[in-house]
Write a protein that binds this ligand. Structure first.
Ligand code: FES
Ligand code: FES
Length: 401
């Protein structure tokens, strides 16, 4: 897996990807940006066209890893774009689409042409759009729509932009320095590539999780003591079933792995996270992502926590866990059982946390390393959670009789 930091539609994202993953597959499967269509997957039809650093590119034949450090704009990212809006209106007016499969790629290519074409010469429009194929319309409406937008903009005194802002030649993603950010962060380790501390600038900043769980628990220790413990990522990881660090953490970055066992499936999620803490408000957050190459599953997560003093010697910890799972293991992330599983995970974490704090209070520096189970056995947790729900259900039924 390769950690890749890029910007998608103005949003910084960090993804752990197999190096062979195409940009189109990444956007469609991982970012749910399905407006990028796949037709030929050979770079011929143009259905997958999007913008990389403002320049149209075929996302089916562009490796996502080659876009490290680049800004990618899909058709969804052109919602507010003035030229794209004019093109959408013109396409409707001129009946420039039927099934619409080619339309996102057409709009992206046409937008680039509208930006740079000096006039609405039909031949030049046809030549410029020859890399986008449409199996339905016969192109007459498409060409009319694009010409009308070019003509209208030039009539309004909007001058063409020479080269449409291109500053370098060469295939998208091949520009010098584009891949430097994540590749420089990769350790020279063999497969499975351990995730490494990722530069803070590369971290996703506005990750919106699919699932959010909120929990609270209390521990019988003063807030300052618990806060000091939370400042140590290694100690916190030691309390979390299945979690371990894979590199020395620095002030903000940490690399680690989480081993999960679901029945016969064992997944090792390798990933990186960015830590933020605010001592003034006793709050913090962990934002990270990881992937398991065997199950081809990946996860992104965001944990926010807040420590509240319930008394001089008791601290309540409020935790918000947001996550998105993709790949085969995602089936275990949608069930209502997840809430129960998180309860059990937190119970294990709290038990380990209390042992660790007790050891620290005794003056021992050992953080009860044997207290945390080696593997988070989600199979057992699921069975346990299911049994708990079944018991609760039977209790409700029999107390009604
Ligand atoms: Fe990319 Fe056809 S799907 S060019
Ligand atoms: Fe159907 Fe173009 S509108 S492929």
């Amino acid at each position: 897996m390769t950690p890749v930091a890029l910007t998608v539609n103005g949003r910084a994202v960090l993804a752990n990807l197999e190096p062979r993953t195409s940009l189109a597959d990444y956007l469609r499967d991982r970012e749910n940006l399905t407006g990028t269509h796949l037709g030929c997957e050979h770079g011929v039809c143009g259905a997958c066209t999007l913008l990389i650093d403002g320049v149209p590119a075929r996302s089916c034949i562009t490796l996502a890893a080659a876009c490290a450090g680049a800004g990618v704009t899909t058709i969804e990212g052109l919602d507010e774009d003035e030229i794209a809006a004019e093109l959408r209106d013109a396409f409707k007016r001129e009946h420039a689409l039927q099934c619409g499969y080619c339309t996102p790629g057409m709009i992206v290519s046409a937008r680039d042409l509208v930006l740079r074409a000096p006039n609405d010469n039909e031949h030049e429009v046809r030549v410029a759009m020859s890399g986008n194929l449409c199996r339905c319309t016969g192109y007459v409406g498409i060409v009319k729509a694009i010409r009308s937008v070019i003509a209208a903009r030039r009539a309004r005194g909007i001058a063409p932009v020479p080269g449409a802002g291109r500053t370098a030649l060469g295939p998208a993603g091949a520009r010098p320095g584009a891949a430097a950010l994540p590749l420089a962060a990769m350790p020279p380790a063999p497969r499975p590539a351990p995730a490494v501390a990722t530069p803070a600038a590369a971290a996703p900043t506005d990750f919106t999780p699919q699932q959010v769980v909120q929990k609270s628990f209390s521990v019988p220790y003063p807030r300052n003591v618990v806060w000091a413990f939370f400042l140590d990522p290694a100690a916190v990881a030691a309390c979390l079933p299945g979690a371990s660090l894979t590199g020395a953490p620095d002030a903000r970055n940490v690399a680690g792995k989480l081993r999960i066992k679901v029945g016969p499936i064992v997944a090792d999620f390798h990933g990186a996270a960015v830590l933020d803490r605010d001592p003034a408000s006793f709050t913090g957050s962990i934002l990270g992502s990881g992937a398991d190459s065997r199950s081809r599953s990946s996860a992104r997560g965001k944990i926010g926590y807040r420590l509240a003093a319930e008394g001089p010697a008791t601290t309540r910890v409020d935790v918000t866990i947001g996550y998105t799972l993709t790949g085969p293991l995602a089936q275990f992330g949608r069930s209502r059982l997840v809430d129960d599983i998180v309860d059990r995970l937190i119970a294990a974490f709290v038990a380990n946390l209390k042992s660790a704090l007790a050891a620290a209070a005794d003056g021992s520096r050992h953080i009860a390393p044997t207290a945390a189970p080696v593997v988070l056995d989600a199979g057992n947790l699921i069975l346990g959670a299911f049994a708990a729900q079944l018991k609760a259900f039977l209790r409700r039924v029999f107390t009604r009789i």
